[in-house]
Design a protein around this ligand. Structure first.
Ligand code: GDG
Length: 463
């Protein structure tokens, strides 16, 4: 059987499987690597004076991690620049925040060449290569230029933007052309896949074959597939029944003094719709004064990408907004928003989810959104909470039984909160069961198998 080479911007340090300390993605990739054997390659997260290409190999349990350090200019232009200030906002439909600079584009290309140069000697003839996410779109092509004839797949964790938005990127054509170096490209949803196909066919003149499953451009064919990521549902459910989760759940219920808790958990990122969420919640408070003091919102938002200006801006905006809402509405015995700017261990989060009556997940745009799935997996089957979910999260394609909202509409968020609070127990159970069945069926192991099966089914190019 062929080995698997996983390549992603960051690599998770090897840990015991199902420790509960890691995210689902790391668990899934590790299990794939353990099963097939192989290497997980990426940036170490460390800065070095001058790029040397020296690989730090670490043998883990069943597979090896291989990391390289990057120099300051690489980190500025590739990671903080093109990945986080150009592609991330563009791919989340925020061309108002996207910065188009040749220096970023050049740095992104250079670092992808460096990754290719560094990882190429580690790839053996029979290996399958699986590249993750928007940081590394041109890497497949750079590997091909270096003689790599292996099967190479690419999975995009973010949305793919509509073609008219992508057309604003100066290097759009070149970037999309590099994707034709892959054998398989995976997207979370039909919508992201369709946007990619639209750009390739309408803007670039590619042709769609095999009922849309294969896109052909200048003699290269790439198979496109929908492959929605899941969570490790079983592990997360167990986590929610762990001692720490149980203790956290009790503490949260005590501190709620009989009020219904609404919870949000998101990296502090403008794509997550936090300002709009606060405004929707405020609308609920003003429209339903009788319900007001029967609820509170706990928003956990660990800071991320703090060196990028738009992230400093969102942080300031949320501090201002939560302060204003609390100032306007709080009473001696009640604060409407608990806004917490730090991260917590996963078992604590699981307990928080379980203690809450509503999970409020309202991104403006999200590739999938794993918090929505984790929230459902952590509920008490006898008395589950209600998930309010943005229509614009990839997860909404699978989780039709959530209360779906337009996250830009404060009115819809307000109405959804009322609906969720008034929802009878049997309806909560019915909706929860349907979502939980889907989460258990299409979990993260299903996701990675679906992708690696498609990849390993590709015939290897002849010499
Ligand atoms: C990208 C795409 C796609 C959050 N706070 C804490 C914490 N988290 C964990 C959550 C969840 C993960 O981080 C966040 O995953 P999301 O899917 O919600 O969002 P992104 O980070 O933007 O992920 C997204 C995903 O990739 C996978 O393809 O779904 O659309 O944007 O697991 O639980 N974990 C801990 N403490 C926290 O405070 N331990």
């Amino acid at each position: 059987m062929s080995r698997l080479i996983v390549i992603s911007n960051r690599v998770s340090a090897p840990q015991g499987s199902h420790s509960g300390a890691q995210g689902g993605l790391a668990v899934a990739l590790e299990s794939a690597l353990r099963e097939m054997g192989g290497i997980w390659f990426g940036w170490s997260g460390e800065q070095i004076e001058s790029f040397s290409g020296q690989v730090n190999l670490q043998r883990g349990d069943g597979y090896t991690t291989a990391t390289v350090d990057l120099e300051e200019q690489d980190i500025d232009e590739y990671y903080n620049g093109y990945a986080n200030r150009t592609l991330w906002p563009l791919f989340h439909y925020r061309i108002d925040l996207a910065e188009y600079e040749r220096g970023f584009a050049g740095g992104y290309q250079r670092v992808n060449e460096r990754f290719a140069e560094t990882v190429r000697p580690l790839v053996e003839a029979e290996d399958s290569v699986w590249i993750q996410d928007y940081h590394m779109i041109p890497l497949g092509q750079e590997l091909r230029k270096r003689g790599c004839r292996n099967r190479i797949g690419f999975f995009l964790h973010t949305p793919w933007p509509p073609r008219r938005l992508l057309a604003t990127l100066p290097e759009a054509h070149e970037l999309v052309e590099t994707l034709f170096a892959y054998d398989v490209i995976g997207f979370h949803t039909e919508e992201w896949l369709q946007s990619f196909c639209d750009f390739a066919t309408i803007e670039m003149g590619a042709t769609s074959e095999e009922g849309g499953d294969v896109i052909r451009y200048r003699g290269r064919s790439v198979r496109v597939m929908i492959c929605p990521i899941g969570i490790d549902a079983d592990a997360f459910r167990k986590l929610s029944e762990s001692e720490t989760a149980r203790r956290t759940c009790e503490q949260m219920q005590l501190s709620a003094v009989g009020r219904a808790m609404i919870v949000g958990v998101d990296r502090l990122d403008y794509s997550k719709g936090l300002e709009e969420r606060f405004l929707g919640y405020e609308r609920f408070l003003t429209e339903h004064p009788e319900e007001r003091k029967l609820v509170f919102l706990l928003q956990i938002a660990p800071p991320s990408r703090a060196s990028v200006q738009s992230y400093q801006h969102i942080r300031n905006a949320l501090e201002g907004l939560s302060g204003r809402i609390n100032g306007a509405h709080a009473d001696l015995d009640w604060v409407p928003i608990r806004y917490v700017n730090q991260g917590y261990p996963r078992d604590v989060l699981a307990g928080v989810y379980r203690a809450s009556r509503i999970g409020l997940v309202t991104p403006l745009r999200d590739g999938m959104n794993l918090v929505a799935k984790e929230y459902v997996a952590a509920q008490d089957p006898e008395d589950p909470g209600v998930l309010i979910l943005s229509r614009f999260a990839g997860a909404a394609e699978q989780m039709r039984e959530a209360v779906l909202v337009n996250p830009y509409s404060a009115e819809e968020i307000s109405d959804a909160i009322l609906t969720a609070l008034q929802m009878p127990r049997d309806e909560r159970i019915r909706r929860w069961r349907a979502m939980m069945d889907g989460i258990e069926r299409e979990d993260v192991m299903w996701w990675r198998k679906r992708f690696t099966d498609a990849l390993t089914a590709v015939p290897v190019a002849a010499e």
